[in-house]
Design a protein around this ligand. Structure first.
Ligand SMILES: [Zn+2]
Ligand SMILES: [Zn+2]
Length: 271
């Protein structure tokens, strides 16, 4: 059999007789692994909660506090599914494919629990890559895992640190709580958060974003600047609107520069 393109349309060639390329299989494997809690050897030793734990936590929060809009009103709504819905969709996707595979391969069916189903499927990825229906399975499993990951990705808990730098990994670096290291959910790569943030900011300087996007993006990278403030800078001609009058967009580098000036002025007084 000659090489063919990956059935998941990632654009990569499949080097063996499978339908799906190894990196796409690895992406699904890593996402399935991310369901489990993970022990990070220190120092300090810590347990990174897996997707299953995070979903449970988020569902508890929803039950306690509801899923209504944010208190400030200006924070953009980033997702419109609740954690409990995402969990139901994920459980159903994993259970459906587990049942099909277990029956076809004559394997014992694992318990109907996220962790058990994910652990079972993790070992079926190589087999799935070689099946004609494997693309549908991997596509659905990956989509359900990514959706659930996004739903529980609360900005207050995590910091985004950009796309993973591991070759052929399609994951993203996320830092947890006050962690010094950002961690890719799809592979085991970690990166020093501050170094990575500086690098990302340098690369992001020419990007155009709206004021609320800037507030969120720069906030996640350690620079506090309010959307209202950004509009004020523009109104006072200190900042150029590079979008339209209806949808003002600003250059990241320009806003960083003004934010740094403001922080330097204020910082001296506060410190
Ligand atoms: Zn692929
Ligand atoms: Zn990665």
């Amino acid at each position: 059999m000659t090489n063919q393109e990956c059935a998941l349309n990632c654009g990569r060639q499949v080097p063996d007789s499978s339908y799906i390329c190894p990196p796409c299989g690895t992406t699904t494997t890593r996402l399935l692994q991310s369901v489990q809690d993970e022990l990070i050897e220190g120092p300090p030793r810590r347990v990174i909660p897996g997707l299953a734990t995070d979903l449970d936590t988020a569902i508890t929060r929803e039950t306690n506090f509801g899923t209504g809009g944010s208190a400030s009103g200006e924070t953009p709504v980033l997702f419109n599914t609740s954690a409990s819905e995402a969990r139901t969709v994920l459980l159903s996707a994993l259970a459906t494919w587990t049942a099909l595979i277990a029956e076809q391969r004559g394997l014992p069916h694992p318990a109907y629990l996220l962790r058990d189903l994910a652990a079972f499927l993790e070992h079926q990825v190589t087999w799935l890559r070689a099946q004609a229906a494997g693309a549908e399975a991997l596509d659905e499993i990956t989509a359900a895992l990514r959706n659930a990951t996004r739903v529980i990705d609360r900005p207050a808990d995590r910091k985004y640190a950009g796309p993973c730098t591991t070759p052929d990994c399609d994951g993203e670096f996320i830092a947890y709580d006050q962690a010094r290291l950002a961690h890719c959910r799809d592979c085991t790569a970690t990166v020093e958060l501050t170094a990575r943030q500086d690098e990302l900011l340098e690369r992001a300087n020419d990007m155009l974003l709206t004021a609320p996007q800037l507030e969120k993006a720069l906030g996640g990278l350690g620079t506090e600047v309010r959307a209202k403030r950004i509009h004020e800078w523009c109104a006072r001609d200190r900042l150029t609107n590079r979008g339209t009058p209806d949808r003002p967009m600003y250059r990241v580098g320009d806003v960083r520069h003004l934010a740094a000036l403001a922080a330097a002025r204020k910082g001296k007084a506060v410190a």
